[in-house]
Design a protein around this ligand. Structure first.
Ligand SMILES: Cc1cc2nc3c(=O)[nH]c(=O)nc-3n(C[C@H](O)[C@H](O)[C@H](O)COP(=O)(O)OP(=O)(O)OC[C@H]3O[C@@H](n4cnc5c(N)ncnc54)[C@H](O)[C@@H]3O)c2cc1C
Length: 516
């Protein structure tokens, strides 16, 4: 149903420009038109001077890591093609995860309190024909990206960090002793280059061989005031069966200036998939039913659109020496979430320690840097979940299949208690919790579970089984590895670096990093 002119007139002026921009990116993905630009090239010549130790391109999540490293005394430069500032829309996260910002001295307690723009409780998980599940303190904090990034930018500069705004990173030349980054006519040299240019980074596209993503999460939504009820949130809700060859999901959060509501869905990038504009029309069609309100009652502050590609081969392993990807360009977040800020915060301490060690030990070969974005079985197992929540373009399925499956899984998790449900809702899958959920759901709702086998296909299932076995292995390896840690103090720095990264890979890969 096309967007009603009266409703469209209520939207902020940039709404349709943003919508068209995201739709263009989505159309390119569907048509397989990825960037063919060769952004990274190599040279055998040695650089004569090194300006800074690290250059980070992309200042959204890049400035968080840049500030953490600069505070440790590592010399960092950040390149940002626009102005380095956060978006107005809040990032949702759980409070316990934010403690790292104080631990790394990026924010004082008072600054952290200022960065928290909104907080609510409880949050709901809701599927048709089953009781709602309510949880406390999960994704219930709205962080103000404008304040957070401005504070970190100031701290970065205060500690001697170098910031080049309105400067685009055009090309990266890898030399045997460093990296030269072309910035128009200018050049900056460093020991290590970090790509934080987001999902559509041309560098990440080159590293992946310009392949099409295997999965997509499309998101549309808004932040609006005028809702009659705005005390609680929804982390995961469904109100309709499968329509248009996909399952719609909803999220809702009380925000500082209203209520944020998102409609999202998991798809493949088939050329015949619908546009973001169509999904936005669907959002406006269904929002009144979802929130029990007329569109005319709402005052829209901003409309939001996102297209998140995901690749089975993630996180992206750098093929180059002296080049590392972080944030969205690294594909390190779970394919079932669009919580890239949350993922960065969860890995911030590990990345800061690891990168500092890599610089000190001069462990900057591609194999050494790959250890900083290691295989994580707990993320890899979620691939099958994404598959289970999506429908092929020509696949014939019972319209209630996904709702029934998810309702059964969440009811099982809820019955097993907080230590099963809460990590999962925070994007952390742990072996004991996953195993108990699978067992419980298979016993309590076999008819919802069995159809999943033909639904996802045997290859996905075998792949999942391998990742599940790895998850159990990592869970066992981490405590053993920790016991051996005192012995590694005798090793040379580069070997200490490698051992530490292996230990971190086991810890994070088993979901043992979660602090509740
Ligand atoms: C609608 C929506 C809702 C979201 N909600 C949440 C949430 O509630 N919680 C959460 O954790 N996450 C959320 N996210 C995800 C989060 O916003 C992203 O994960 C995060 O912004 C990724 O940051 P990034 O720095 O990796 O990439 P980006 O945000 O894409 O930033 C990349 C930066 O690189 C710069 N850049 C690009 N190319 C160049 C170049 N050539 N030279 C120099 N600079 C360059 C860009 O200007 C930009 O500043 C949401 C995203 C969307 C779209």
């Amino acid at each position: 149903m096309p967007i009603d002119a009266k409703v469209a007139a209520q939207f902020p002026a940039d709404t349709f420009t943003n919508l068209e921009r995201v739709d263009r990116m989505w159309q390119k993905l569907r048509q397989g038109q990825t960037s063919q630009r060769e952004m990274v090239v190599s040279s055998d010549e040695y650089l004569k001077t090194i300006d800074v130790e690290i250059v980070i391109a992309g200042g959204t999540l890049g400035i968080i890591l840049a500030a953490a490293l600069q505070l440790r005394g590592v010399k960092v430069a950040v390149i940002e093609r626009g102005e380095l500032k956060g978006r107005v829309q809040e990032w949702n996260i759980s409070r316990s995860e934010l403690a790292v910002l104080v631990e790394l001295e990026l924010l004082s307690e008072a600054e952290l309190a200022m960065a928290i723009a909104s907080e609510y409780n409880p949050a709901r998980i809701s599927f048709p024909n089953t009781p709602d599940i309510w949880v406390q303190d999960v994704l219930n904090i709205g962080v103000d990206p404008v304040y957070l990034l401005a504070t970190l930018k100031a701290k970065f500069l205060e500690h001697g960090g170098r910031l080049l705004e309105y400067t685009s990173c055009d090309r990266v030349m890898i030399h045997p002793n460093g990296v030269a980054i072309k910035l128009g006519e200018a050049e900056l040299t460093s020991k290590l280059f970090i790509d934080a240019m987001g999902h559509f980074s041309p560098l990440a596209a080159q590293a992946r061989g310009n392949v099409k993503p295997e999965g997509i999460c499309l998101v549309v939504g808004s932040c609006a005031s005028g809702f009659t009820q705005n005390e609680t949130g929804d982390i995961f809700a469904s109100i309709t069966p499968i329509e248009h060859q996909c399952q719609y999901f909803w999220e809702a959060f009380p925000a500082r200036d209203g209520r944020t509501t998102y409609l999202f869905t998991y798809l493949d990038a088939h050329p015949d998939r619908f546009s973001v504009e169509f999904l936005f029309e669907e959002y406006l069609r269904l929002l009144p039913t979802y929130q029990n309100i007329e569109l005319a009652q709402l005052n829209f502050h901003r409309c939001l659109f996102g297209c998140f590609p995901s690749y089975r081969d993630s996180p992206l392993k750098t093929p180059w020496a002296r080049v590392l990807m972080i944030g969205d360009s690294s594909g390190s977040q779970s394919p079932v979430s669009f919580g890239g800020f949350g993922s960065m915060i969860r890995h911030l301490s590990r990345l800061t320690d690891g990168i500092e060690m890599a610089i000190q030990a001069d462990a900057l070969s591609n194999r050494d840097l790959q250890l900083l974005q290691p295989y994580q079985p707990n993320i890899a197992v979620t691939w099958m979940f994404q598959r289970a929540m999506s429908v092929g373009i020509a696949q014939k399925v019972d319209p209630d299949r996904i709702n029934n499956l998810l309702a059964a899984v969440f009811q099982s998790m809820d019955s097993l208690g907080d230590d099963v449900l809460r990590p999962f809702l925070q994007d952390v899958v742990q072996f004991p919790a996953l195993s108990r959920t699978l067992f419980q759901t298979s016993i309590s709702s076999p008819l919802s579970v069995i159809p999943i086998v033909p639904h996802v296909g045997i290859i996905t299932l075998v792949d999942w089984l391998i990742n599940y076995i790895s998850l159990s292995t990592y869970t066992g390896l981490y405590p053993i590895g920790k016991l051996l840690t005192p012995l590694i103090a005798q090793l040379p720095p580069s070997q200490q670096y490698r051992y530490q990264q292996l230990l971190q890979a086991w810890k994070y890969g088993a979901g043992r990093d979660l602090h509740i």
